[in-house]
Write a protein that binds this ligand. Structure first.
Ligand code: ZN
Length: 349
């Protein structure tokens, strides 16, 4: 609602509606302006809490990947704890987190007071081992899920190039069969498209510099077309970023029921381009927002992602992205502000 208001009495919302109407009905009530929006607690649908103590990087995406690899020892449960504390300080209502290692994920499922999803990151390129790796991961998801207090457990195949095609297919089948969610970085950088379509570029140089085999048998397709061909798109999959897409690919995503999370400040910091909001909205996709990690974003407050786009994208779309779309993306009920809602559960922007 544009120009809306809440009537508050004794710490509770008594009525909601257009500000003018509330003023007319309650002429003695004091009017307190609270910034740009009043919403339920916002949702950070994509972050990496274990990168909370890694120095922040700005520059091209392939150099960022090298930066993260160089600082991998900083990804500890202590970093996860620090990131979670920041989310709570910001008043987040839920979150989706990518966990690089099992220790951090285990700490989170046992300790997080916030609901959401923790996705275990998967990087595995040997197609011969796909079947064994997939069943091991599915068992791990089930085991962690049993220990979890508030979080659902899922998997995060890192990118279309860091997981072998048979493993990606198998994880997608298992996710649908066993009902766990997947989240994956897709169509993030121009370099990703260059690697997948032409097999070369700055990303191809990374495994070689680490003494690993080069990326091989690349599909010769753009990221979303590749995933569509493999048959892994669908409501069980949340794509993160989706910047490097054309209209036909956005249509493929819409028809498949896949979910989408945008991280605008991280995309800007890593020279990845701008998320095409108009295309996604034209095809009826519901987009959630995430901050990505503190290694590429200045903070974990998803309101600041929306505010970075204020004036460029309809504010109602941004508010919805940070609230309802976030809850839905994570499979949670969206809280509502209504008569009886404690005012402590209303977030101002
Ligand atoms: Zn990410």
């Amino acid at each position: 609602m544009r120009h809306g208001g809440l009537l508050v009495q004794g710490g509770y919302v008594v009525r909601t509606g257009p500000l003018e109407e509330l003023r007319r009905c309650y002429p003695e009530a004091e009017v307190v302006h609270r910034g740009k929006a009043l919403t339920p607690p916002v949702v950070n649908a994509h972050t990496h809490l274990d990168l909370s103590t890694t120095p922040r990087f700005q520059g091209p995406y392939p150099a960022f990947i090298r930066h993260v690899i160089a600082h991998r020892s900083s990804r500890t449960p202590a970093a996860v704890r620090q990131g979670l504390a920041e989310l709570q300080k910001n008043g987040a209502g839920a979150f989706g987190d990518i966990a690089y290692n099992l220790e951090g994920a285990a700490w989170l499922v046992e300790n997080s007071p916030l609901p959401g999803v923790v996705y275990l990151e998967v990087i595995h390129r040997n197609p011969q081992e796909a079947e064994a790796v997939a069943s091991r991961l599915a068992h791990l998801v089930a085991r962690l899920q049993r220990r979890s207090r508030r979080l659902r457990v899922g998997l995060a195949p890192h990118t279309p190039f860091n997981v072998s095609p048979p493993l990606l297919k198998r994880l997608s089948e298992l996710a649908q069969k066993e009902g766990f969610p997947l989240q994956m970085h897709v169509a993030e950088s121009p370099e990703e498209t260059e690697l997948l379509t032409q097999g070369r570029g700055a990303l191809q140089a990374i495994p070689q510099s680490l003494g690993l085999p080069p990326y091989q048998d690349l599909p010769g397709l753009t990221p979303v077309r590749y995933l569509a061909k493999l048959g892994v798109l669908g409501p069980h999959l949340t794509l993160v970023h989706g910047v490097q897409v054309d209209e036909e690919e956005v249509q493929m995503l819409a028809q498949s029921g896949s979910r989408v999370v945008s991280c605008p400040r991280s995309n800007a910091a890593l020279d990845c381009g701008e998320f095409p909001w108009a295309l996604y909205l034209k095809h009826g996709l519901e987009v959630a927002l995430g901050t990505d990690s503190l290694a590429s974003s200045p903070d974990l407050d998803v309101r600041n992602e929306a505010l970075a786009l204020w004036g460029k994208v309809d504010p109602r779309v941004l508010v919805r992205a940070a609230t309802r779309s976030g809850y839905r993306t994570l499979g949670l009920e969206t809280p509502r502000i209504t008569r009886g809602t404690p005012v402590s559960q209303v977030q101002s922007w």
